[in-house]
Design a protein around this ligand. Sequence first.
Ligand code: SAH
Length: 333
Amino acid sequence: MRLKDVFIEVLKEYGIEFIGTNVVKVIKSKDPIKTMALLVANGKVNICYPKDGAVFDLNGNKSNSKAQAFVGKCDDIIIERERIVNRYRFPYVVIDCRFYDLHSEKEKKKLLLQIRQTLNVVREFMWDERLIVTLNCGCGVYYPSVEDFLAEKNFEKVILLDPEGEEEFKGEFADCYIIGGIVDKAGDKKGWTSKICKILREKGFNVKSQRILLRGDVIGVPDRLNHIAEIVLRVVLDGEDVENAIRSVQPYTVAKWRLRKVLHEYTVRVRVGDKTFRVLPKSVFKEFNWLNLRISDFYEVCSEMKYFVVSDEVMETIKRSKWDEKRRCYVLL
Ligand code: SAH
């Protein structure tokens, strides 16, 4: 359940099927109801008695019907914001930026960009207050440290997402998901997220440490902050399974890393004359529908790894040819 779904649910309870607005951002939005919900939750507008304006049904389609409510800068409120934001237990996404100063200038820029993109993700599912950032960058809500935030809230369950986490993330609900504000372009920040876990536990905070895996491996799981946030929210709020959530956000480059790691398992060795090749049938591509790959990505990786892609018929012929047990390859004459 996303904020938008909660918003619609509450409106329906009040018998509101059509809602008017004069807010340009809403009228121009691709998803007017989502934008209304976000602006209401962010405290920018109120839900009031009907007034003149554009009217939408709850699917976001423009309508000529008479509205039963209005969203805009008005004071004659029908539904308080709190009714919407407190109705459901939405989690917090917390970005722990304690290692910010240890990043290079380039990494800092990337980190700031990823934080902004994480805010966009949070806005797809919830609203700005649900993003906590321990860096004063104007995104979400600023806290000087995760410790300050956790001490204030006293949550029941907190999960730190860590590629080297102790347990696997399988969609467990938590009040708060901590993501490390770490961008590791230099490759010198391995294990830093686990350091955050150690520090928090030493200070007496009870945090679970969980890793997101794709079929048993972190390779193929995108590691950008916004992607991690989106995977978690898709799983926890939309009820999507982890594998689908990963594939939905996985950039092609990340899918290719995983393909490079496993593709050799699908090849056979073939000896022609005094040369040996690795060969695989084209249909292997279909086995990777759990990765976000285009056929061109598949061919690219095959060619980079010097694997020959053949038709299934050719593969059959190869498999009927002589098997050289010592060299572990088929021999083609
Ligand atoms: N090099 C760092 C990882 C930085 S990735 C390290 O080894 O700790 C940035 C953040 O994304 C991490 O702090 C973590 O919160 C999250 N993250 C990335 N990949 C993850 C995965 N597979 N599982 C869980 N969290 C992950």
